[in-house]
Design a protein around this ligand. Structure first.
Ligand SMILES: Nc1nc2c(ncn2[C@@H]2O[C@H](COP(=O)(O)OP(=O)(O)O)[C@@H](O)[C@H]2O)c(=O)[nH]1
Ligand SMILES: [Mg+2]
Length: 210
């Protein structure tokens, strides 16, 4: 079926911004989360291209924002790999500045289609993740919790993660994924494809994720 084919397979790197306020691309799917949450790996995995976003291979460029472009029936969409907040190797002031810059991006960017808030499945989301969710909810902009590195958890740890999500009140919206094993990726691709179709008014007749 054409609608369910992987439109992310032909996504390619477009450009890099040092200043999030300069980003003009839309509709934009934002990947945000702590440094090491698995953002770059997830972009590469969704797109079935091993080194597309080069996970952890650009240590000097942690503050940059990378844009990838794809097309749905000839119409563009963009994936955005945001700088990771909470980067341990940065001085505190710099870390805070980066956090504010990311928040301001979520407050201001007009072309946000959906934002994926990534968090390592082994962790509780922190204040930064909650702040971004709050901004998006207040704006009425779509967001999706994505819990990464699911393959690294044993059964007991998975149960613990699920009870954590329940306690946070996000159990029904939490998506568990593994970029290495492929867990959850098809569901996420379908959800994103639908969001792009809706944006372009092409949603009719598309069956949601079973
Ligand atoms: N086992 C496992 N490791 C992962 C997965 N996703 C990312 N990683 C690893 O976690 C580290 C951080 O990932 P990366 O994508 O660079 O995180 P980013 O800083 O958020 O872009 C890297 O060493 C990845 O290889 C996953 O699904 N499973
Ligand atoms: Mg990265």
């Amino acid at each position: 079926m054409k609608e369910t084919s992987n439109i992310f397979q032909s996504v390619y790197y477009k450009t890099t911004y040092a200043d999030p306020e300069k980003v003009v691309e839309e509709p934009l799917i934002a990947f945000t989360g702590r440094s090491n949450a698995g953002k770059s790996s997830l972009i590469s995995a969704i797109c079935n291209q091993k080194n597309l976003a080069r996970p952890a291979r650009t240590p000097g460029k942690t503050r940059n924002l990378n844009i990838f472009e794809g097309q749905l029936n000839g119409k563009p969409f963009y994936l955005c790999d945001l700088p990771g907040f909470g980067y341990a190797n940065l001085p505190r002031a710099e870390r805070e500045r980066l956090g504010k810059m990311i928040e301001s991006f979520f407050l201001q960017h007009k072309g946000l289609l959906i934002s994926l808030i990534l968090c390592d499945s082994a962790r509780w989301p922190g204040e930064e993740e909650a702040a971004i969710e709050k901004i998006l909810l207040e704006r009425g902009s779509g967001c999706q919790w994505v819990f990464t590195r699911w393959d690294r958890l044993n059964q007991k740890e998975k149960a613990k993660a699920r009870s954590r999500w329940k306690e946070m009140g996000i159990a029904s919206e939490a998506l568990a994924v593994s970029s290495t094993k492929g867990t959850g990726l098809n569901g996420l691709r379908k959800q994103l494809t639908m969001a792009i179709q809706e944006y372009y008014g092409e949603a009719k007749g598309f069956s949601p994720v079973p």
